[in-house]
Design a protein around this ligand. Sequence first.
Ligand SMILES: *Cc1c(COP(=O)(O)O)cnc(C)c1O
Length: 429
Amino acid sequence: MNRNETLFEDAKKFIPGGVNSPVRAFGSVGGVPRFIRCAKGACVWDEDDRSYIDYIGSWGPAIVGHAHPEVIKAVSKAAESGLSFGAPTAGEIEIAKEIIKLVPSVEQVRLVSSGTEATMSAIRLARGFTGRDLIIKFEGCYHGHSDSLLVKAGSGMLTFGTPNSGGVPADFTRNTLVLPYNDCNAISDVFREYGKQIACVIVEPFAGNMNLVRPSTEFMQTLRTITQKHDAILIFDEVMTGFRVALGGAQSLHDIKPDLTTMGKVIGGGMPLAAFGGRADIMAKISPLGDVYQAGTLSGNPIAVTAGLKTLELIQKDGFYENLTQQASKLTQGLQELANKYNIPLLADNVGGMFGIYFGLDKLPQNYQDMQKCDGKLFKKFFHAMLETGVMFAPSPFEAGFVSAAHDNEFINITLERAEKVFSNLQAA
Ligand SMILES: *Cc1c(COP(=O)(O)O)cnc(C)c1O
């Protein structure tokens, strides 16, 4: 057994499934997860000393590349002053100002430690502010693992969600409506029926948790106008897209101002940091100002804030997003051309530094139903063959991929050379 295999066997004895977050277990692709020993720039090294060009990037945060020297230096220096105080710090104001500057729909912001916390709190706030209970989410969008969001669509058009996890009482999901992504009629129908009871609509403004799925302009605009018309809160869950698809997030690309925005991943630069923010009149409802309770022992942690501030500084360098987008496009277009050459049924797409590769679809997916039709077996073969060559994509056909500023032409070209070998073998098989 190699060291990854030994570690996985050992881990399973002490940690359920051997992992602390399920997708890491390679469940949808099979095989043994790589235990990462260290990372630098565009690469990670496993415990068997094999290197990989990494397109997971810690699931998004590593946008400036792993272990960026300036981030590491700032964090090391901050650590010497203490790890956590449970009291306000000057750094929190600095990062709040940065977020508000970069995302104009955000007038006030509260820091938390995970995306799950951010979305859960934003929804509580929307309910508290409107005095309504119903929430709308879209099938295939992921907003963290709080009870009322672990729902799947019920059967029938206007039905309420049912839990898609054990341990979630049906009562907790009874107030969650689940609609298909990109379906404007479904939204209109639901608002016609329940308009006065709907507290909020939460949406990934580019979906990234069912692989990358773009929203139509009409869909985004419908969400904005219909929520406004019914005094419901529009929440953009930008935990993945924030500072990832563009400096101002997905809302800057869609040119739409949501009422509340949730952020995570990139804003912590690899440390546990997330946030929710938006209209000042809504944010005034949160404790200690208002009656909607929310708190966190480690919220605004000084080390996480330092990593976040340095990351936000680095992504504001001239040309950062032009370069990031260009590199992601080189990857997706390169993969597309090679797939065409070898008759592999693959489509690829990217928005900023976020990308999707889809096997077995004849057009880009519009929603979760479309994504279900993708060829999981072919993905699995591609994934493992690429991993063998030293390129690590997300171990699931339903995850988006991420490019960082460290993915220069050389890394992209090596990736494409390796993909060409893999495609030519897949074709032969
Ligand atoms: C990752 C993610 C979350 C959850 O964030 P955690 O930090 O894992 O709790 C929520 N929403 C979206 C859109 C995400 O991509």
